[in-house]
Design a protein around this ligand. Structure first.
Ligand SMILES: [Zn+2]
Length: 323
């Protein structure tokens, strides 16, 4: 605005000749600026702003939304959602969002309060909470909790995609047809991924389909693809594990002569080192069979940086280590 006034006072002659038209131009500019300010503050006419917590959700929602929404994901590669706390930058994104998708079933345990408050004023959708309870698993010894790691059964994850599609269509009805078409194409890919995992896992002899990991993230994977699953910690990495848990796992691995266990990309590897040492003391060599992506995608731009790539990478690691 200062420049405008400099221009106005450039020369007395000019001012004499043009003062009246300039006065009206300035008035018009001021009115336009005021209008623009109001638009920024009160109404937003850009694409739908969507914020997702985990990478798996962000990837699914991006496939459904295509170019019709601006999708942001809070948790990057290697981040543990059980322990994640929203940063100041996250809070700003969440506050500006039109729709927020999170997993629910207490996966994002430290964000519960923030999400609950936001749900009073905007669409906040707990995707896994929306699944029928008969398709959910209860962890052993916890009759009142559900296992949140639903993305490991691809046929269950497709149901999550349907819930997200309906929510996007409701939030942005103008583009609902695009959302439904995009979802349909993505579901075809997920169905073929599910069949691929079934086939790859079936190639392993049944007694070798044993998945031992740092925490109990693979329950749905085990149920869907007929694998026995054991974790050192419970379904949340926020739970503690003790000497008893280590020795129970050592007993299991030694008795069953299991040759490999797996570290997880979002859980420190040291949790399983005591188990490997315990087995060695009992004369049973167990190898770290590789790293599995449990609660976070791989780095963006790498094959495991997408949901489909993550599932494929995990299955290849499991099959290679246990066959
Ligand atoms: Zn987990």
């Amino acid at each position: 605005m200062a420049n405008l006034f400099v221009v106005v006072y450039v020369s007395k002659r000019l001012r004499m000749r043009y003062s009246l038209p300039l006065f009206f131009i300035i008035l018009l500019l001021l009115a336009l600026l005021a209008c623009n300010d109001q638009t920024t503050n009160n109404t937003y006419n850009g694409p739908l702003r969507v914020v997702c917590t985990t990478g798996m959700i962000g990837d699914a929602v991006q496939h459904i939304a295509g170019s019709k929404a601006k999708v942001r994901t809070l948790m990057r590669s290697g981040v543990d959602p059980h322990l994640y706390k929203a940063t100041q930058g996250d809070l700003e994104l969440l506050t500006a969002a039109d729709v927020i998708f999170f997993n629910g079933l207490h996966l994002e345990g430290k964000m519960t309060e923030v999400l609950r408050k936001l749900s009073r004023t905007k669409r906040v959708i707990a995707l896994a909470d929306s699944l029928p309870s008969e398709r959910l698993m209860r962890p052993s010894g916890q009759p009142h909790a559900y296992d949140p790691h639903v993305w490991f059964d691809v046929s269950l994850w497709r149901e999550v995609v349907l819930v997200a599609t309906r929510a996007l269509a409701q939030a942005d009805p103008i583009h609902q047809q695009v959302y439904h078409q995009n979802a349909e194409a993505y579901l075809v890919r997920l169905d073929s991924l599910h069949q691929w995992v079934q086939k790859r896992m079936a190639a392993l002899p049944p007694d070798r389909r044993v998945l031992v990991t740092a925490h109990d993230a693979f329950g749905y994977f085990g149920r869907a693809y007929q694998a026995e699953v054991r974790g050192l910690q419970g379904i949340s990495t926020a739970s503690e594990y003790g000497l008893h848990d280590v020795s129970a796992l050592v007993d299991f691995l030694t008795q069953r002569r299991i040759k490999a266990i797996f570290v997880e990309s979002s859980v420190p590897a040291k949790a399983l080192e005591a188990v490997v040492e315990g087995c060695a003391r009992r004369g049973h060599v167990v190898a770290i069979g590789g790293q599995l992506y449990s609660d976070a995608l791989g780095e963006t731009g790498t094959p495991a940086g997408t949901y489909e790539g993550m599932v494929r990478a995990n299955v290849e690691t499991i099959v290679k280590s246990l066959q």
